[in-house]
Write a protein that binds this ligand. Structure first.
Ligand SMILES: Cc1cc2nc3c(=O)[nH]c(=O)nc-3n(C[C@H](O)[C@H](O)[C@H](O)COP(=O)(O)OP(=O)(O)OC[C@H]3O[C@@H](n4cnc5c(N)ncnc54)[C@H](O)[C@@H]3O)c2cc1C
Length: 387
């Protein structure tokens, strides 16, 4: 039985139709723009708005806030169809994560104010946790949000700098993780919403030069006495930042697992086609036992991985996915992605090293999956603690 790369335990006819529509849009409108986006370092606002117009952004946000009222499976479909085609420029997953912070922790006024514009792509979302001196150890962040006022209006003044921020260059809405009190550790942390348009004191630094994900804008952000009114404090209560971050981890980590598996499936499909075509020693590469064994190993990894990731997707939709299991999904899938795509690239020989071949981009894009969203070592800590 051949490997069915589109079979999902959680799919249904509506989702299959949604997948077809996403694939058609990606092939027609995203793929042709990717090369230019890679040179520019970002996909541009027009593409974000186009995705919003067609309903591909925040598909699992409720209709009352402008969303399509779908669930995580709709999100997964869109990410998968991009990932299997080596498209990593549109930071739709981070955008959605930001929308979910607003949905899960925001006040009613915050949701009504920001979610519809995120769904339409008018506001691109970013989340700024990492600082030059604090990554895995987020409790060490130094960005401060101190109570202040502007023209009599009470609010917060934000000072500090962030780095490695996905969507940082294009972001219209940034969730800033900052200290709101001198209390050390988790309790002194809050999340503040910054609208970047005409925001005094806010500055985007360089679009960082990465080894992969060339079309995705990863940037430094600087906050120099940035004022936000009181109602920009996420959820309206100080000191909740860490708890808000922790409670959304299963969602974020599963997205990385979903992306990793889809990228592996895309790499496998391309490699299979290549080795059947490419001749060496008078026969296709696919005729060599070593090639067949490698493909058998990869296919087995995909089959096993699909069962686990599909189970996680179903658990997430049912609201039962715990952080340790989601961390296993992130750890296993991102590590497997590194190995599988390396094996696939090897079967392409020198062509695999050329950027014009998607497998080359998949290889350099894959590396960061083991680092961001909590590095593999941190995933192991989280899993070990749950045992
Ligand atoms: C392309 C890209 C996009 C990103 N997007 C965002 C974003 O949108 N928003 C955001 O806030 N951040 C973002 N990040 C930052 C990312 O989350 C951090 O890089 C990551 O959490 C690791 O932090 P660090 O780089 O400071 O490494 P460090 O924390 O300094 O870690 C260095 C190494 O030490 C290991 N290590 C650290 N602590 C432990 C421990 N306790 N036990 C064992 N090993 C440990 C780590 O696993 C790692 O291997 C992004 C990063 C990249 C590269």
């Amino acid at each position: 039985m051949a490997l069915d790369l589109l079979k999902r335990a959680w799919s249904d006819p509506d989702l299959a139709a949604y997948r077809d529509a996403a694939a058609r849009f990606i092939e027609a409108e995203m793929l042709p723009q990717d090369e230019a986006a890679r040179h520019r370092g970002h996909v541009g606002h027009a593409l974000w708005r186009r995705c919003g117009e067609l309903g591909f952004l925040c598909a699992d946000i409720p209709e009352q806030y402008g969303g399509a009222g779908g669930d995580f499976r709709h999100e997964a479909v869109f990410y998968e169809e991009m990932a299997r085609r080596a498209l990593t420029g549109l930071g739709a997953s981070v955008h959605t994560i930001v929308a979910h912070y607003l949905l899960n922790h925001g006040t009613e006024a915050q949701k009504a104010r920001w979610l519809p514009r995120m769904v339409s792509g008018q506001l691109v979302g970013a989340i700024a946790m990492t600082e030059p001196g604090a990554g895995s150890d987020l409790q060490a962040i130094r960005t401060r949000a101190e109570r202040g006022e502007r023209g009599g209006e009470p609010g917060y003044r934000i000072n500090g700098s962030k780095t490695f921020i996905t969507n940082g260059f294009l972001a219209g809405l940034v969730l800033v993780v900052a200290r709101t009190s001198a209390t050390p550790g988790a309790k002194g942390t809050s999340i503040l919403v910054v609208e970047t348009d005409a925001c005094a004191g806010f500055r985007v630094g360089r679009v960082l030069d990465k080894i992969g994900m060339k079309a995705q804008d990863t940037s430094e952000l600087f906050f120099d006495d940035v004022f936000v009114p009181e109602d920009h404090l996420l959820g309206g209560r100080e000191g909740q930042g860490f708890y808000q971050l922790m409670s959304d981890l299963p969602y974020e980590r599963l997205i990385i697992g979903v992306l990793a598996l889809a990228a592996m499936e895309g790499a496998y499909a391309q490699t299979l086609a290549y080795v059947q075509e490419r001749q060496a020693f008078g026969a296709p590469l696919a005729a060599l036992q070593h090639t067949r064994f490698k493909l058998a190993e990869v296919a087995t990894t995909l089959r096993v991985g699909r069962s686990f990731i599909d189970d996680c997707v179903q658990q997430l939709v049912a609201g039962t996915l715990d952080t340790a299991t989601a961390s296993m999904a992130k750890l296993w899938a991102s590590e497997a992605q590194g190995r599988v795509i390396d094996d696939c690239l090897q079967m392409f020989g020198g062509y695999g090293y050329m950027n014009e071949y998607p497998i080359a981009r998949m290889f350099s894009d894959a590396r960061v999956q083991r680092i961001y969203g909590g590095a593999s070592e941190i995933m192991k800590e989280v899993i070990a603690r749950s045992l």
